[in-house]
Design a protein around this ligand. Sequence first.
Ligand code: BGC
Length: 417
Amino acid sequence: MFKIFILLFFSTLTLSADTQPFWWGVGHAAFQVEGSPADSDWSEWAHNPEHIADGNNADKGTDFWNHPEEDFRLAEELGAKMFRLSIAWERVEPAPNQFNEEALTRYENMLLKLREHHMEPMVTLYHFVIPNWLAKEGGLISPRFVDYFSEYELKVIQRLSNGPAKVRWWMTMNEPLVPVVAGYVIGLFPPGKKNVSEAVEAAKNLVKAQNQTMKLIHEDKNLPSDLQVSLAYHWRDVQAEGFGPLNFVARYFANKLANTWFLDSISPSTSLNYLGINYYGRYVLHLDWKPPFLRVDEGEGPKTDLEWTIYPEGLGHSLEEIYKLYHLPILISENGIADSQDIQRAEFIKSHVAEIKKAREKNIPVIGYLHWSLTDNFEWAEGLKPRFGLVEMDYKNMKRIPRKSFEVYKEIIKNGL
Ligand code: BGC
């Protein structure tokens, strides 16, 4: 009798492990695809052609705002189980504390459509863009930023989790340090500053915003108890060479700056349900005893159209390191390549997925892979030139043309890990 009980117990365990879906999918962000933008820091910024490498703006995007179903149909055909998209804060809150019901309903209907195509929505609430009224009040360094941010986020989560779209998977923010560095150190993103002390203030505000949002979510007893909330963090595999046994010291500090400082400050293991990781490559520190002492690049290897070095092994290293540090299920929330000729994309996907497979064999709980991106889209300061899509956009007529790598990814999804 006891034996039968034990057998039954273990077969249920195996069953539940096997039935956990691996979240194959794709992702994109509102401002990069929607078109018809509302008034935001980015809509104003992109209207100055000097700010965008190819002089384009995001006014048309891929017209996703008007035709979301076409992309849902393509993603379903691909075999995607999850579709990551973002909400444009500026549409939902066009003036301070005034929420636009019409915009919320439109997103709700969009998500319901997505569900009709048998995919789970993953919703990002802040993907680089803020309403212009907030930008004019000081943006990320406004003394009211943290309150505005967390109140907006709670409002949308309440509405779309409890409503018919039943959104369960959330990302409070995408790559928080990117708008900080690009907007306040390099000056490539709005507000176009080069001011390190403001950058520090902006980063600290994003930490506070994240912590306050998580607190509000945890305190709200009317929210469904099975929400999966995290952020998407841009993680690089950091390596150092040139200082022999002292490399690890340089590596420690660079890794802290690029990767762990922000995550440690938001105590991920106590507040998040999983960890979203965007992986695009590595940083290599080349150290020298002579001037200039330090040079940073992305190391040797094949390059993408944007000259980023392709380095799949770094995903493997990163997964091990991240899991050791934070003990959370990891979802690869972005990984992709600018490759207009579609020459390298198929191999890029295969080699990165192989790293995920290896990590899972080492019992690192990687729960999904969302390729960036389904279609070509507006690549921020670079404009429309870089082509990240599994599906090519013909911007003249907004036609979507699946590339060869679309078929390859489809096959990978079909065969599973
Ligand atoms: C961002 C995306 C961007 C992608 C490629 C990520 O940093 O989240 O919005 O398109 O990288 O640059």
